[in-house]
Design a protein around this ligand. Structure first.
Ligand code: ATP
Length: 430
């Protein structure tokens, strides 16, 4: 069983590398441990996830606006937020091999690598430091943000003044975050540089339970309807009081059944008024309707982008008798369709196929393939989740129809060239 699971992860990693979804970072220099680069197909998949999220949570709502803040913020932000003093994981070190581990992630009392004795746990701050400017002293130390969230608090006033929003409303952001993780691993699941999609939703304190519940449902709907993840692979875990982050009064983790175990995909936290209170000490929010001053409370739905990509890949990866298919939701597929000339050495077929390809490219992301035989080309497109393959043959030259073959049903039908865009739009609406 264990072997099978490892095997599945290996197969997914290998497919990612072979087909250009994700490569090991800095590979020609021997790599950099646990860093990964998204290749041509990976960036399409990742962008599709981010665009879908932005559309759903920002563009389609009246109560949400977005920002895109700097990665490096004034270090005072991280003092006020509590990250300098408390954003740490318990670290233990093996006295024999000196490997380091997160104390809360290992079951045994001895080193998992060599069986040696472990030191007592000490706190290790996860923020990644660097120096800003030409002088490397303690006054020029800055941190790469460990979460995107703080920018939404720090920019709260500016957003409020420029967007004319009133409570309840939210600020959303997608961007990179950095954590000096003690034990990164499991491919793109835990890395030191990753991307988050976060919402800080500002509410009156009295509404927190209702809002928490609302966002819980929204997050589940995103997982099932947005990303198309299988329901039975998601589990909600209530984070116990003694494990809550320093700012949180209630947190739910949404765990996904990855091949390496059930692990956190997303989180939902009630951050109280902790952040705004710390950042705006003298200037609470003025409610223009009631004329009362207070600090808004915050519900925070947080989504890891890379963990979304990984969950989507694990969920979509399907082995059938004669093929491997990525059964991605249509909106997520890197290529929507592929266009083939039946034969590469027949200029009239190639020209007609090119014409169709160039026209479809104006509206969709389209692949071109003229290598090998049609069967191989189907196999190759199935493996990367392309929704349908369009073949131009001799009949096309006579009656302007093409063969279109569906990824999931493998059924083929003849469609008129003039109907292709509509046909693809229908596929995409599924
Ligand atoms: P974990 O317990 O796995 O370390 P966390 O509880 O510290 O995660 P949060 O602080 O809630 O994570 O971060 C919000 C989201 O950002 C997570 O749900 C996850 O999707 C993503 N995330 C956090 N750390 C990493 C990482 N090192 N690599 C990739 N994604 C991450």
């Amino acid at each position: 069983m264990e072997k099978q699971k490892d095997n599945l992860m290996e197969k997914i990693i290998s497919l990612c590398k072979r087909r250009g979804f994700v490569f090991p970072g800095s590979e020609i220099y021997g790599g950099l441990a646990n860093s990964w680069d998204y290749g041509p197909l990976g960036v399409e998949l990742k962008n599709n996830i981010k665009q879908l999220w932005w559309k759903r949570f920002v563009h389609m709502r009246d109560d949400m606006v977005g920002i895109d803040a700097a990665l490096i913020m004034n270090p005072k932000v991280w003092e006020a937020s509590g990250h300098v003093s408390t954003f740490s994981d318990p670290l233990v070190e093996c006295k024999k091999c000196h490997h380091r581990f997160r104390a809360d992630k290992i079951d045994a009392k001895e080193c998992p690598d060599c069986g040696g004795e472990l030191t007592a746990a000490k706190h290790f701050n996860l923020m990644l430091k660097t120096f800003l400017g030409p002088v490397e002293d303690k006054d020029s130390i800055v941190y790469f943000r460990p979460e995107t969230a703080q920018a939404m608090f720090v920019d709260f006033k500016n957003v409020l003044e420029t967007s004319r929003k009133k409570l309840p409303f939210g600020i959303a952001q997608i961007g990179k975050a950095f954590r000096n993780e003690i034990t990164p691993g499991n491919f793109i699941f835990r890395t030191r540089e990753f991307e988050q999609m976060e919402i800080e939703y500002f509410i009156y304190e009295k509404d927190w339970q209702e809002s928490f519940d609302y966002w819980r449902k929204e997050m589940l709907s995103w997982m099932f309807n947005g990303l198309g993840l299988k329901r039975e692979r998601i589990r909600e875990t209530e984070v116990l009081d003694d494990e809550l982050a320093h700012y949180s009064k209630r947190t739910i983790d949404f765990d996904y059944k990855f091949p390496f175990g059930e692990e956190e995909l997303y989180g939902l936290a009630y951050r109280t008024d902790f952040d705004l209170k710390n950042h705006y000490k003298e200037e609470p929010y003025l409610d223009t309707e009631t004329n009362e001053k207070s600090y808004p409370h915050v519900i925070e739905p947080t989504f890891g982008v890379d963990r979304s990509v990984l969950a989507v890949l694990c969920d979509a990866y399907t082995e059938e008798e004669e093929r491997i298919v990525l059964k991605l939701k249509p909106a997520l597929a890197p290529y929507k369709v592929a266009v083939f000339p039946l034969l590469k050495n027949k200029p009239e077929l190639v020209a007609k196929a090119r014409e169709i390809y160039n026209e479809l490219k104006k509206d969709f992301v389209v692949a071109w393939d003229d290598r090998g035989n049609i069967g191989k080309r189907y196999y190759s497109q199935d493996e990367i989740g392309t929704l349908a393959c369009i073949t131009v043959d001799f009949e096309t030259l006579e009656d302007n129809t093409v063969t279109i073959r569906d990824r999931d049903t493998m059924k083929q039908e003849r469609v008129n060239i003039s109907d292709l865009k509509r046909y693809i739009s229908v596929l995409l609406s599924k």
